[in-house]
Design a protein around this ligand. Structure first.
Ligand code: SAH
Length: 368
């Protein structure tokens, strides 16, 4: 079981509690811990110690981004996928999935709608769909850049060759999201078919960073078989690789996968990792994810309290959105894009944050 103290709401003995608080303070000041220190925290921390961690994480967030929550308009461009990630409902051998792909025109029309609603930052996400060749994507990115010079897009369509990432970068793309899923090679191999490799996932992330992208990594909370030792590897990876963004969300079983009857990750487990990652990298862009809002109706607000400050309201046209089912019962705010946006702004502001429909730059960003 990951995070036993959090999961069982353990009240620690005085000395253990003090050890946790000392490590949390050290992390929040130096942004660095050793493997055994992370493991101690994950093995012991209870709700009391987490409250202390959360305070530190939120204070660091406020010192850099204030109360802003960055909005990015999510467009799920295709659910065709050549890969076979065991946890994901889009995996190629899920015969029951209804497959769709948005045309370039449909993607740009959805961007136009998002722009009209105020969005200046978009995420195009999808399965690994061979239709989206470099040639097609280069053309699409150039058109987007020409039509919306003040906007940015983050692409999230999986593993590609270095040459491909370079070609897209040269066309004007400068943000790419590719969760590493887990920094443990052994766990990775139990969550993916033999045709996929942890080494290639890491190669992609290194290539993206080398090329000059703002890179988003990220990992799953409580996929089948995960231990605290695995999570330590994720924390060390973030500490060392220093991605610009990190998507952290609970695993949620999908009925048409081999993990259909496995337990999901909880919001309380997820926010501990959000807060730790915030303390490792005060400037990192951290989403309070849809998956977090799906497992717990308070999930989003728990995410903000732990240092989350990005949300991605779904702009995908409602008639196809229901088919982008990476996990069961994916929650969306409302139906129509406009309704979705209105509700998400309302939620964010009612919790005391400021909805920022901007480019949502990383704090290190300098105008070129
Ligand atoms: N094909 C792209 C996008 C994948 S979908 C890529 O490979 O990056 C985006 C993310 O959804 C994945 O990175 C994964 O972490 C998450 N995801 C997939 N299945 C999930 C599940 N069952 N529960 C929770 N998150 C899941």
């Amino acid at each position: 079981m990951i995070l036993p103290g959090i999961t069982n709401k353990t009240v620690l003995a005085e000395s253990e509690s003090q050890d946790c608080i000392r490590l949390i303070d050290q992390l929040a000041t130096t942004h660095h811990l050793e493997a055994d220190e992370y493991l101690y925290l994950l093995d012991h921390m209870g709700p009391f110690e987490y409250a202390h961690l959360r305070e530190k994480a939120r204070r660091l967030t406020d010192s850099i981004y204030g109360k802003q929550v960055f909005f990015r308009g999510l467009i799920e461009i295709t659910n065709l996928c050549a890969q076979g990630c065991y946890y994901c409902g889009l995996q190629s051998n899920n015969q029951t999935a209804h497959r769709y792909r948005m045309s370039e025109e449909a993607i740009l029309a959805t961007v136009a709608e998002g722009y009209r609603l105020g969005f200046r930052s978009f995420v195009w996400q999808g399965g690994e769909d061979a239709y989206f060749t470099d040639e097609r994507l280069v053309k699409l990115i150039r058109t987007f850049k020409a039509d919306y010079p003040e906007c940015v897009v983050t692409l999230s369509i999986g593993e590609r060759s270095r040459e491909s990432y370079q070609a897209l970068y040269d066309a004007g793309l400068d943000r790419y999201l590719l969760r590493h899923e887990t920094a443990s090679p052994e766990l990775y191999s139990r969550l993916h078919p033999a045709t996929m490799s942890w080494e290639n996932r890491m190669r992609c992330l290194r290539d993206l960073k080398d090329i000059g992208y703002w890179v988003g990594a990220g990992f799953l909370i409580n996929p089948p078989g995960q231990t605290n030792e695995d999570l330590v590897k994720d924390l060390l990876f973030i500490q060392e690789f220093q991605p610009h963004m990190c998507g952290i969300g609970p695993f949620i079983p999908h009925p048409q996968t081999r993990f259909a009857d496995k337990a999901n990750g909880t919001a309380d487990q997820t926010v501990v990792l959000l807060a730790l990652v915030r303390c490792i990298s005060p400037e990192i862009l951290l989403p309070s994810t849809t998956a977090l809002g799906t497992v717990d109706k308070e999930g989003r607000s728990k995410g903000f309290a732990a240092g989350g400050m990005v949300v991605m309201p779904n702009l995908t046209p409602p008639d196809i959105r229901k088919f982008y089912e990476i996990y069961a019962e994916k929650k969306n705010w409302g139906d129509e894009a406009a309704e979705n946006v209105r509700k998400s702004i309302e939620t964010v502001e009612s919790l005391g944050y400021v909805a920022a429909l901007t480019r949502g730059d990383h704090a290190s960003y300098k105008e070129k």
